[in-house]
Design a binder for this molecule. Structure first.
Ligand SMILES: *Cc1c(COP(=O)(O)O)cnc(C)c1O
Length: 401
């Protein structure tokens, strides 16, 4: 597909605002939004050539759209991958990947700290079709290695994780996967390519929930996979054409425009998160803060090396309490005292969003499972936005005091 002509060797920040499908005859400067499901063909022969793959071009919305294509090219350039494919949500991108790479009898190794729906999709839904899987501790490379079997096709990790911000060693896990003849996928939702480029560390596939920082303003659902041309066009696109979890052009346009400000948003939100985390760590009503940018974080050195010396925009903290019942009361008091920040199950917004994982994302686990996962009743997750840090602190102080 044709793109806007640009010189070679531009930096990712430049590509983030310029790389797109070619302009229409009107010369629009902001990328056009192509709301169409079908494309008129100039002749029956051209139509036949496009369908057979002998000629490039658009045919039907499930097989491609110029606005969606702009988002794919731009994200691939930012992640440093050859290509990308957009999907309707983060979860549908994982479904597309699993669907494309696995068959009955294959085995997946994945982190026990992954996004809840990711764990369910692999260990419950795909298990019904004979896909085997093993969950391992996020940061224990030896456990990942021990879990690999002759039929292991995929290693899948998310780093940093939600909500405890555990960080795994991307290069080490990529090596493990390749020694076993398997692929390694990283869910790069929390760090984004601004902080972390897993492709450059040897990973094969980068997965995104575009719903989060790529959009960045909490407006639409979106997802994407970044990988080599061979994987995207040879393995994912053929399945996509039949399975149809395509990204709607409007949502693609919103996320495309979001990518233009991703760099400045991630740096600003990460800096604010760091300041807030450091302040919370000194507060007498707080017993522990989880944030990769703090020296107290168990993988602080690895995080700084892997995440461009930044900690990201998500932190969690435990309120001080003597037992789980009191911890829940105190956490609820903080959340119910908010006047500015939002109590909202999402992250990656310009507005700061708080959640209580033990009663929401991890609410279906038993108390014992929750304890094992380290998700206490006093835990609060803060996805830091762009408000002034003093206003964030004052809003939290209302409930902490
Ligand atoms: C939100 C999220 C997902 C799922 O993305 P959706 O767009 O909600 O489907 C996957 N991984 C992580 C880390 C997430 O935060």
């Amino acid at each position: 597909m044709s793109t806007i002509p640009l010189p070679d060797h531009l930096h990712p920040e430049t590509l983030a605002v310029h790389l797109a499908s070619e302009r229409s005859q009107y010369g629009e400067n902001s990328e056009a939004l192509y709301l169409t499901s079908g494309y008129v063909q100039p002749s029956a022969q051209v139509s036949a050539d496009k369908f057979s793959g002998d000629e490039d071009g658009y045919t039907y919305g499930r097989a491609g759209n110029p606005t969606v294509n702009s988002f794919e090219m731009r994200l691939a350039a930012m992640e440093g991958s050859e290509a990308a494919i957009a999907t309707s949500s983060g979860m549908s991108s994982i479904m597309l990947m699993l669907f494309s790479l696995l068959k009955a009898g294959d085995h997946v190794v994945f982190s026990q700290s992954m996004f809840g729906s990711t764990i369910k999709l692999i260990s419950a839904e795909f298990a019904r079709f004979g896909v085997e899987s093993t969950m391992v501790p996020q940061t224990d490379v030896a456990a990942w290695k021990a879990a690999i079997r002759p039929n292991t096709q995929l290693l899948f990790a998310e780093t940093p994780t939600n909500p405890l911000t555990e960080v795994c060693d991307i290069a080490a896990l990529a090596d493990l996967a390749h020694d076993a003849g398997a692929m390694f996928c990283v869910d790069n939702c929390f760090a984004t390519p601004i902080l972390q480029k897993p492709m450059a560390m040897g990973c094969d596939i980068v997965m995104h929930s575009g719903t989060k920082y790529l959009d960045g303003q909490g407006r639409v659902m979106a997802g994407a996979l970044c990988a080599s041309e061979a994987i995207i066009h040879g393995q994912f696109l053929p399945v996509m054409k039949n399975a149809g979890m395509v990204l709607a052009p409007f949502n693609a346009w919103v996320v495309l425009k979001g990518l233009e400000t991703l760099d400045i948003r991630m740096r600003a939100q990460s800096a604010k998160a760091h300041e807030l985390a450091a302040w919370l760590e000194t507060h007498p009503a707080v017993s522990r803060v989880y944030y990769p940018g703090l020296k107290s974080h168990p993988q602080h050195d690895l995080s700084m090396h892997q995440m461009s010396q930044m900690g990201g925009a998500v932190l969690s903290f435990d309120v001080k309490a003597s037992d789980p019942t009191q911890a829940r009361q105190k956490a609820f008091q903080v959340l119910d005292s908010l006047q500015v920040l939002s109590l909202c199950t999402n992250l990656g917004d310009t507005k700061t969003l708080l959640t209580h994982p033990a009663s929401t994302s991890h609410g279906k686990l038993s108390e014992a499972q929750r304890q094992a996962a380290g998700i206490g009743q006093g835990l609060i997750r803060v996805a830091v936005g762009l408000e002034h840090v003093d206003d964030m602190k004052n809003d939290l102080l209302r409930g902490l005091q």
